[in-house]
Design a protein around this ligand. Structure first.
Ligand SMILES: Cc1cc2nc3c(=O)[nH]c(=O)nc-3n(C[C@H](O)[C@H](O)[C@H](O)COP(=O)(O)OP(=O)(O)OC[C@H]3O[C@@H](n4cnc5c(N)ncnc54)[C@H](O)[C@@H]3O)c2cc1C
Length: 132
């Protein structure tokens, strides 16, 4: 079964800032994949659907993890905000309750804590929930 295959070998890169991420993406191009929560990427790698030589982990980039209300009333959500953070944010619940409810539906409690909105939207699957 594809699910039981071991992860292929890769080098894990841990940038600390957005400029560092950009530099790594520019350097390694299609040899690298970004990893947010990894809930989809790890499965894709185990199935050998993608076999990146480098995995660029985004966990150590604090600038990507935020939910912020703008002065003009807009709401900005960083790519690394987790489904859990979004579904439990009083700001999101008050302003965009449908988004909080969507986030609350992204799988099990474990998955909620790890999966991110950026990973969901960049997944490439047309059926992911944040695209609704
Ligand atoms: C048990 C389980 C239940 C699930 N239930 C649901 C569900 O109900 N609804 C649903 O929609 N999905 C579901 N999923 C799928 C998955 O959890 C979500 O799509 C999740 O939001 C993906 O986020 P991630 O942070 O784990 O992404 P990752 O797996 O880290 O990344 C997914 C893809 O996006 C790319 N990527 C990640 N971050 C970025 C970025 N900042 N910029 C560019 N590319 C990026 C990665 O390279 C990869 O190709 C489930 C998965 C599991 C394992």
């Amino acid at each position: 079964m594809n699910y039981l295959r071991k992860l292929p070998k890769f080098d894990y890169l841990a940038p600390q800032s957005i400029p560092e991420v950009c530099e790594m993406v520019a350097r390694y191009g299609s040899e690298a994949r970004l990893m947010a929560g990894g809930t989809d990427l790890i499965i894709m790698m185990r199935r050998r659907e993608v076999v990146p030589r480098y995995v660029i982990g985004l966990k150590g980039v604090p600038e990507l993890n935020f939910i912020r209300e703008e002065k003009d009333g807009g709401l900005i959500i960083g790519a690394m905000a987790t489904s859990w953070t979004i579904q439990s944010s009083s700001l999101v619940r008050r302003r965009y309750d449908f988004l909080a409810k969507t986030a609350a539906d992204i799988g099990s409690i474990e998955n909620l804590h790890v999966s991110t909105i950026g990973g969901n939207l960049c997944d490439g699957f047309p059926c992911v929930d944040f695209r609704r």
